[in-house]
Design a protein around this ligand. Sequence first.
Ligand SMILES: Nc1ncnc2c1ncn2[C@@H]1O[C@H](COP(=O)(O)OP(=O)(O)OP(=O)(O)O)[C@@H](O)[C@H]1O
Length: 734
Amino acid sequence: MTEQPQNHRPEGNEHQAHEDGEQARVLRFPSERLNPDQTRDEGESENQVIDGELVDEDQAQQVDQSQAAEAGSSLVRREKREPVLPGWASSVEEFREAARWAVGYAGHTFAFHAVRCPVYLGRILIRVPQGTLRLLAGFLRWVTDAEGRTVRHAAADRADAAEYLRLSSQRDSRVRGRVYTTVGLGAAALAAFFLGRAFLPELVQYAIVAGALGGVGWLGAPADQPIASRAVEATKVPKLTSNAVEIALNALGISGINQAMGKGGEGIGFPKPISRDGKGWRADVDLPHGVTVGDIMDRREKLASGLRRPLGCVWPEADNGEHAGRLILWVGDQDMRKAKQPAWALRKGVRVDLFQPQPFGTDQRGRWVDLRLMFTSVAIGAIPRMGKTFALRELLLIAALDPRAELHTYDLKGTGDLDPLEKVTHAHGVGDDDEEIEKAISDLRKLRDELRRRAKLIRDLAKQGLAPENKVTPELAGKKSLGLHPIVIGVDECQVWFEHPEVGEEFEAICTDLVKRGPALGIIIMLATQRPDAKSLPTGISANVSTRFCLKVQGQTENDMVLGTSKYKQGVRATTFAWADKGIGYLVGEGSDAQIVRTVAGLDGPASEKVAAYARTLREQAGTLTGHAIGETPEVDETASKKDTLLEDILAVVGETEKKVWNERVIARLYELKPEVYGTYRESADLTAALKRHGVRTAQVWGTSEGKGASRIGITRTDIADEVAQRNRREGSG
Ligand SMILES: Nc1ncnc2c1ncn2[C@@H]1O[C@H](COP(=O)(O)OP(=O)(O)OP(=O)(O)O)[C@@H](O)[C@H]1O
């Protein structure tokens, strides 16, 4: 939340460790006070102006707890408690996955060996003679006490008569005993054989013979050629050791690390043992003083080389809960881009609720990462061919699976990437020719009006206690009569709109408004661009989107433009992705830390068509197919195609005698002149924005109302007249 000065009395004087190391206080708003007496005690600070940051209740509670720990008993320590159950036992998904693996493994092994049984039988029979020889040789060695032979020979060689005699007599008695045992066992075996032949069922006899032969055959197999082939070739992933991590970090060429690793250096700390984490190893590392996680992230490729692992397996991350030198190094068993992604729950089509989180992609550990589209606006950025359009289309498909959602899809690149959504979308645009731009601006103007209608409606509903948080709720969205269903706008290559020479600024103004106010009012705008700079993703938009997905970008500016200010400095660097990391990006969701996510793989055109077909069925059943999806042509706003005559109209309604006029007065007169054109101008800022597009600035101007003079935003007539004259000259010379 942005910094806001608060003029209120503080309650409590708890301290919170601030990011920059300063001590900051958590202050309660007056309404939250439990003890009215306290307010009297704090009367001195009545008019204290506090500069601070608004934090949510959860954050405040966390801080409260840690503060309580600090302030309370000396036995109470600040600590980070590890989960009681390991990840696989506490996550249903992981448990299911492990169980699926075990059953699959057992099934595969059984089938593999069952098919090869005849081969194994042949191998056994071939090896029976060899096995029999080995068995006999071993038996003979045992009976004759062969293992003592070398010692006896040594005694004889040394001419140690006493020792030799002792060993020989020991051997004689041992051999005697073993011969008796052999004879006894032989007689017993013979008796067992005849008894077995006489009394045992034939099947059991065969089984015994087969078992005996099997045993002998097994014994006859050479060590390197076992009877049974291996059903599963274990791909051995080397264990990640602290030594391997140290070698890799040392090889990065970072002087701070090299000094720490050198003689007498502080070394590298491992605050926790390296352990398994999902399908890989996780090492928590305390880097030497002065070395940051960002330094390591910049050298991801070198780190992978140092660890002798493919680049797609090595994922260094910052631990945001700790200091800037705490590195979490996750090394996967498999390259993330090649690892098989678990099935996407929505691939076969299923009705979704946009108010609930939906699976967007998988993290390095192969776990699904969910995203709640409601109450967000989304920015997607990347250099070309990294999977930006796939990501946007996936989000639009998720939205399409909620039959309440009204889609507006714009593919400004014009290659038809969003065409699979045609069968469900309310408004659809492809390309950037004049007609398409006209259609789009007209649609956006309607959306801006809808935004205003919703804002007013929500205000009214809040007054009646029906919108407690002053935003659209699932209940409100479900009431058709209110028209507060989710509206989802997806724009690929949005820079085409914002850079348009005539309506670019208007596109920007409307989109900024939608980004800022849309989420609370059930309007979600998603903008994707391959050139994230101030022109293609205006700052008003980039600063206000709440969900950001950044695939590979080239530099810090683009990185921060998409992911948010200072993200690069904090070690969230989409620049470290490789060219082959398609569909892999940093996702910064609402209030959550950045995480690496791979969008749904294989969701290409045909696969998207299938999901969209299901979405259409859902919409047919719900009766929510509208607009483009049922072949309706949108009514193009007449004013969009007509010449914009704002300046001339102002000159017509503001007489030459009036030098300066307040905006609100100009708007009222314009409305009288052309209500159908100027009906959307509700406030002074609307006229200011419209004039800005014509290169005319508004300013504070003096005027009178009911006899009282006041300074308000307004126009200067000569500015308008000059601009019209200049334009006429330009057109004349052109
Ligand atoms: N999650 C993913 N896993 C694997 N490959 C992916 C994934 N997402 C996208 N890709 C691949 O990346 C390639 C580029 O995707 P896409 O067309 O979305 O890129 P783009 O950034 O929109 O490119 P452009 O800027 O040219 O429009 C596609 O061929 C697609 O197969």
